[in-house]
Design a protein. Structure first.
Lengths: 440, 368, 356
């Protein structure tokens, strides 16, 4: 089910008497989430991502714009009728119900739609005749076994008879003719799910999220991670067209976070549900999303495949937001199609002609190569050995804040002045004007 | 999944018993004891502060409690002279209608008597001949049944009505405060005073008969049939008890996290389903509290009868058909105190039993 | 031997199950395995739908709008209807007090008095001796309320802030007394009160500085100078005052007494006001105990006692008009209190429900 947000806007009215202005939480958001993909809404607090999610869910009404699920405009539709699953940030599990009941609750409110059918009498008669013969034969065999005193065989035969009987009932039930209405179209009827059906679906969903051992516990007897999975199960159990997750990992500890985000990805891929999730952790968003949308103050900054957004940020905010450690920003200028930080030319611009201007230069931490002949120089204050690589905490007079560079672990470098060359694709220039768009 | 049990190494305990014991003792003492007093673990001055309350309580609560129980077992206790005729269980018997009075002595048990269904009298055959026996039937015939009817009718009805009103109030936005205030007004009124207003409403020539045109017989005046008076009484009691319940339920409802309602919406639960599966269970602590206090209060119903009818009967004083247990107790204070005490003790026991039953039942169904 | 027993009981069980058409565990398992499954529901085209089925969105929106409006209308109608029922007796009280007796008793009840009679009120003032009863009630009410405040403040302070051996035990016992019906105590209290020495001063005599009247009033006041409920309420409030203030006061060298009166009482003022108002209302509404204690002299009664049974004609017919006027005069002060102190009243009552 494709989700399409058209010009979605949400304005929270202020109080003119008290001088509180209106807050524009979401500003003309236009996003398409393709069917079956996992999209991450990423941004700092207050950027409107949770608001967007709640509007998709229907718990908040948009001030303007439309929300489409597939080819239906659901903007005015109540949340009960949208058929979505939502995992709340605080899980919102009903504290008075067991886990089983929590997960089964959505199923008790929904109906199964199936083809209306009429019993096929002829076929049923045939089946009955078949089974009568089979059962008679089995009963004969049972008699002989009993006479022979074969206890084990008796039990097995009895089990067989029971299976036969159950099978007979099922076959009779299955021998039906589909009903068509006067125009030849199938007649659908809706019914509640039977207890067994609910039980089956709940247990299957429990298997997917691995909460089977806890089905009889109450939510307050579970740990955070377990509650998280129960919340996911509750959202999935009704087989929604859309799955929404509101900062699902923010309440978990670091170790659990890694584990759970893999699970979310796995579940999403195996069920193929279109998923949107909201987070402020860029690592989380980048690692599992098919596509991410970076938001700031209600406006979409950039959208794309995570690697693409990382490699080609559209402005300084996006570049700064993605990447750990964050991108290093310096005061610089462009002159003669060359980017300078101070006097040092760090990069030549070859793609196009750029007018001379003052700019902010951003260099990714992994964007330097330690090189005696390199143009870029900085002073290393500390070296942190990370095992996998080495982080250099450095100092540069044009830097806007503490700079960190990451180099491979076999590079020989020590505290003091270091010279390096800059990888061109890891070096960006951002305009100083409003929006800090990327120049190159 | 990992089980979360901690194991205590018992081997060490035997060797270093004292330090560990002291540590645990400190650990499990309530926080207050550690920090609050800055060293004063036993502040004798506190007793000075408590003294007035404790003395008053001792004189007017603890001592009476024991004393009343004792009186219940005293025969013909005269409180001015503090003389009694000894200990007996008969007071209870009299109250329950099992022990009767003849003219002279009053130790006659019901199973010793013969009932004459024609004259509807009991008589006892002693050596001197047949004597008529009088059994105290007001409690068994009127007080106890009335009290039970009041309890089991008004408590469920008033709880359901107040629950519906509270849930309704909680779901509207406009005029909410205004309606809340209106619903609270009956609480600040005088039970007797408003009872008299209801007496006017239910008067034979009053407005209720006028609107509903049911007036073949009066409701609460003299010559009112008991069932009609009971209906009027129950209506009055329900009316008077709504405000308190609504207030408690409303504050309980406001404490329910809105997220549960959001989750129920996402789970496609309709309004009724949400109410029964989310709102009411999350409100169950308040419901239990109200049930227990309402039960106890309705067992003690007295002022409503006085307010509405003014006297315990609607047939000119012939029988006391509108008696309640507490009415009987107060009447007996000027009569035989022993009977009153016995009735009070019986009341206490009944209340305790019902409260215990309710706690039992609530264990499974109340969620905190 | 055991195995035989087991199979025998199994046989019986299966037999009974089949007899009553119950399904054995095996049959259930077979059924469960063949019921529509998660995957098969998806693939075989079975879907879970909301109540309205697969109606299109426009229809759903229309249904939703209508049911929304209907729902809101129903709720408001219900609430307004109930509010009307709640207020109707008051309305009736007012108009009855302005009607003449004949109009009240007429076969055609009117919803508005045809002649507005203020004379009922005048009669009340003249014959009811209103001022005496109000005076009595105010005296009893204020003195008992002030006394209660004092004992409650002391006791709540002790429970909330101080530490002493057996503190929890005593508090638990106090809470338990709240569950005991007052009737258990009334009998003995009446006996106690009628035998206390102050009664003996000046029964019939005027010497001794306590007259009989004083002792009757004392017996209406003193037993109610303590209330466990208010101690509980105030203790909760005191506990919310941070402990640090106490420690700071201690460091400043202030004694407990000063701390209590200079810090805690001002901070707990809202609750104290609630207690004051609720207790005053309780005194105004009290009936049982004063009735009991003042049987010898009607002029010492409280307002409520005097109300009931007043204004009946010699033939026993209650004069409703005058009665209603008196009732209004008794109720109006309470309503005034409510209007001005609504917050305190509702908060004090509401606190009762927080802890079960």
């Amino acid at each position: 089910m494709e989700i399409r947000l058209k010009n979605l806007t949400k304005v929270f009215p202020g109080n003119p008497k008290k001088g509180i202005p209106d807050t524009i939480a979401v500003n003309k958001l236009d996003i398409t989430v393709p069917d079956g993909k996992l999209m991450g809404l990423l941004g700092p607090s207050g950027c409107g991502k949770s608001t967007t999610l709640y509007m998709i869910a229907g718990l908040l009404e948009p001030t303007d714009g439309e929300i489409w699920f597939g080819d239906e405009d659901v903007t005015e539709l109540e949340p009960e009728k949208r058929g979505i699953g939502l995992v709340f940030q605080n899980y919102a599990l009903y504290p008075h119900m067991t886990v089983y009941k929590n997960v089964a609750f959505p199923l008790t409110n929904l109906y199964l739609e199936e083809r209306a059918t009429t019993p096929d009498e002829t076929k049923r008669a045939l089946i009955k005749r078949d089974y009568v013969l089979k059962l008679a034969k089995a009963k004969e065999e049972l008699k002989t076994l009993r006479k022979a005193g074969n206890k084990a065989g008796c039990e097995a035969k009895k089990a067989e008879i029971i299976t036969l009987k159950a099978q007979q009932e099922l076959d009779i039930k299955a021998a039906v003719l589909p009903q068509n209405d006067s125009e030849g179209k199938p007649v659908m009827k809706r019914r509640h799910l039977t207890k067994d059906e609910i039980d089956k679906i709940v247990r299957e969903t429990a298997k997917i999220v691995q909460i089977e051992p806890f089905l009889e516990r109450k939510p307050n007897q579970l740990s955070g991670g377990q509650q998280q999975r129960v919340a996911i199960a509750r959202a999935l159990v009704k087989k929604p067209k859309v799955l929404l997750l509101d900062e699902p990992l923010s309440n978990l500890d670091a170790r659990l976070r890694l584990q759970t985000r893999e699970e979310i990805r796995r579940i999403q891929q195996s069920t193929g549900i279109t998923t949107v999730f909201v987070t402020h952790d860029q690592e989380e968003a980048m690692s599992i999303s098919d596509e991410i949308v970076v938001m700031k103050l209600g406006l979409e900054q950039q959208r794309g495949v995570p690697q693409e957004v990382y490699n080609n940020p559209v402005n300084e905010f996006v570049a700064n937001f993605l990447g750990t450690p964050p991108i290093n920003l310096f005061k610089g200028h462009i002159k003669g199609n060359k980017i300078y930080i101070g006097d040092e030319m760090v990069r030549e611009i070859t793609e196009k002609n750029v007018p001379d201007q003052e700019c902010t230069v951003g260099i990714r931490p992994e964007g330097i190569i330690v090189d005696e002949k390199g143009p870029f120089s900085f002073h290393v204050d500390r070296i942190l050995t990370m095992g996998r690589d080495i982080m250099l905490v450095a100092d540069h007079r044009s830097a806007k804040s503490n700079t960190k560079f990451v180099v491979d672990s076999f590079v020989k470098v020590s505290v003091g002045d270091v010279k390096a060359s800059v990888k061109p694709h890891k070096c960006f220039a951002f305009s100083l004007e409003e929006g800090k768009a990327r120049i190159i | 999944m990992t089980s979360e049990t901690t194991t205590v190494n018992n081997n060490q305990a035997t060797k270093k018993a004292n330090p560990i014991k002291a540590f645990f003792k400190k650990l499990f003492t309530p926080k207050e004891r550690i920090g609050a007093d800055a060293g004063e673990k036993n502040n004798w001055k506190a007793w000075l502060y408590l003294a007035p309350s404790l003395i008053l309580l001792a004189v007017f609560t603890f001592y009476p409690l024991i004393n009343t129980i004792v009186i219940a077992f005293l025969k013909n206790y005269d409180y001015t002279s503090q003389v009694s005729e000894g200990f007996t269980m008969d007071n209870f018997g009299v109250v329950l209608g099992l022990v009767g009075k003849t003219g002279a002595s009053d130790i006659v048990y019901k199973w010793q008597c013969i009932y004459n269904s024609v004259t509807k009298t009991w008589s006892y055959v002693s050596g001197a001949g047949s004597v008529q026996v009088y059994f105290q039937t007001d409690v068994i015939n009127y007080a106890l049944p009335n009290t039970l009817i009041i309890t089991f009718v008004t408590v469920p009805v008033s709880i359901i009505i107040s629950l519906l009103i509270s849930i309704g109030l909680n779901s509207i936005k406009a005029f909410k405060k205004f309606l809340q205030t209106i619903f609270f007004v009956p609480y600040v009124t005088n039970a007797i005073a408003v009872g008299m207003v209801f007496a006017v409403l239910f008067d034979y020539q009053g407005i209720i008969n006028f609107i509903f045109n049911l007036g073949a017989s009066p409701w609460v005046d003299q010559a009112a049939p008991t069932w009609k008076a009971m209906i009027a009484l129950c209506i009055y009691i329900v009316w008077h008890s709504l405000p308190f319940k609504i207030l408690i339920f409303l504050s309980g409802l406001q404490n329910i996290d809105k997220q549960y309602y959001d989750a129920a919406k996402i789970d496609s639960a309709g309004k009724w389903k949400t109410m029964m599966n989310v709102t009411v269970p999350l409100l169950s602590p308040q419901i239990l509290y109200i049930m227990i206090t309402s039960f106890i209060a309705s067992f003690k119903e007295y002022t409503s009868v006085v307010g509405l009818i003014g006297m315990p009967s609607t047939d000119g004083g012939g029988t006391k058909n509108m008696y309640t247990v507490v009415y009987y107790i107060y009447d007996q204070i000027k009569g035989n105190v022993g009977y009153g005490a016995a009735a009070a003790v019986l009341l206490f026991i009944i209340i305790m039993i019902f409260t215990a039953i309710q706690f039992r039942v609530s264990k499974k169904r109340v969620y905190y | 031997m055991e195995n035989e027993k087991k199979t025998q009981s199994n046989d019986t069980r299966t037999f009974l199950q089949h007899l009553f058409k119950m399904k054995t565990a095996q049959e259930k398992q077979v059924e469960r395995e063949n019921a529509p499954s998660y995957r098969s529901i998806k693939t075989s085209g079975m879907t879970l739908v909301i109540k309205e089925g697969r109606a299109n969105v426009k229809q759903l929106e229309a249904i939703q709008k209508v049911s929304h409006i209907v729902g809101t209308v129903l709720i408001y109608s219900f609430l307004i209807f109930m509010a009307f029922i709640v207020l109707f007796p008051f309305y009736w009280m007012v108009i009855t007090s302005l009607k003449s007796t004949t109009e009240i008793r007429s076969l055609h009840q009117t919803f508005f008095p045809t002649n507005v009679l203020w004379s009922n009120y005048i009669t009340v003032f003249n014959s009811f001796d209103f001022t005496t009863y109000v005076g009595n009630t105010l005296v009893v009410g204020i003195i008992s309320t002030l006394g209660t405040l004092v004992t409650t403040i002391f006791a709540a302070f002790a429970f909330a802030r101080l530490n002493f051996r057996g503190k929890d035990v005593i508090f638990a016992i106090l809470l338990a007394t709240m569950m005991i019906p007052g009737e258990m105590m009334v009998i003995t209290n009446y006996i106690t009160v009628s035998r206390l020495p102050w009664y003996e001063f000046g029964i019939g005599k005027v010497d001794g500085w306590l007259t009989y009247k004083d002792s009757v009033f004392a017996s209406m006041i003193i037993p109610f100078w303590v209330s466990v409920f208010y101690i509980y309420l105030l203790r909760q409030n005191f506990k919310q005052i941070p402990n640090e203030l106490y420690l700071a006061a201690k460091v400043d060298g202030k004694s407990d007494w000063q701390y209590l009166w200079k810090v805690m009482v001002p901070l707990a003022a809202p609750t104290l006001i609630s207690i004051f108002i609720l207790k005053l209302m309780g005194a105004w509404n009290s009936y049982v105990w004063p009735q009991l204690v003042t049987t010898n002299n009607e002029s010492w009664r409280l307002v409520t006692n005097a109300l009931r049974g007043s204004f009946t004609t010699t033939s026993g017919e209650p004069q409703y008009g005058i009665q209603m006027a008196a009732t209004i005069l008794v109720t109006v002060p309470l309503l005034l209190l409510f209007i001005f102190f609504r917050k305190y009243i509702m908060r004090g009552v509401g606190r009762a429900g927080i802890k079960g």
